[in-house]
Design a binder for this molecule. Sequence first.
Ligand code: PMP
Length: 357
Amino acid sequence: MMAPPLTRDAYRDVGRYVVDQSVIAIDLRDNTNLWGVPPAAGRAIAASAAAVSRYPRIYASALKDALAAYAGVTPDMIVTGCGSDDVIDSALRAVADPGQRMAHLDPTFPTALTFAQMNGLIPAGVPLTGSWDADADALIATGARVIYLCSPNNPTGTMVSRESLERLAMHAPGVVIVDEAYAEYARTSAADLTGPGSRVLVLRTLSKAFGLAGLRIGYAIGAPDLIAGIEKSRGPYKVSVVAEHAAIAALTTDAPWVRARIAETIANRGQLAGRLAALGLRALPSGANFLFVPTPQAAPIERCLWECGVGVRLYTGLRGIGDAIRMTVGPWYLMASLIQALERATGRSAAMDGPAV
Ligand code: PMP
């Protein structure tokens, strides 16, 4: 059953942040869920106060059960962590030794490269193909111990094709990590490529579609022996009592709310891409809850939006792309303010016959 769309009042204060003494009225920089915390998860957070004097479960076993049911795998194929950042870190420590290489798409999520370097690995970037796909043969040819893929890719929002994923799963010399932080918005996954005998590890998070970024809950899906090694390097007590309760509520009771927000995000993503095109800004095809627009005008546009109280992410000098801006897709009310600010930044007008705001 689909939950009804939220009213304007419900998300009025979401995305209001104070940064460097200035207030950004709308923060579209971090691809979090701009509809806020799912309702049952919010109640679970409030109800968890009394449990905080005790330690959580060592390896978050109840959460693993809920994640396994959500992902359609067995609990021994799940490892959790303090955000998927932490799971990337634990996984790299478990599967590679200092001095080995980690091949990755270029550009991709930079924090993964930071964790590679922190673990003594040598990042090896491979450019995206002309159709924004992973170059499977070039990645395999690096001989890297770890291949880190991100699909949908951050920051481009583009997808690694099924064909490339299968080729990499079959022929990569080591472990293939597929970071699916935004997979709910693509409605496709490489999770079926994991399992006994497979060296594919799928990374997920509750920071995006599930609206719980501040609680820091990430997980990975993989073959039981791969997962056991990562759990060893992860260490105990990584998911707090409050986070575990909220995550279980979000995965179970809030499922219809989450599905409805995903559907709204996907619809708004299409509407927003159309308005951007009318302003002369061509977004790349996105499977995520954000749009990425390469443009030589990225820096002045980002500055102008900032002055209008709208925060977007600026990229400069990306390999094969140049300068670009990236913006989170959220409730249409926020998208309408973004479009207004973009009209001012570009000096053009975008037809506004989208959803009522
Ligand atoms: N992977 C990707 C591709 C991301 O964009 C992010 C967050 N920006 C993460 C992982 C980290 O997410 P988490 O909040 O679970 O640490």
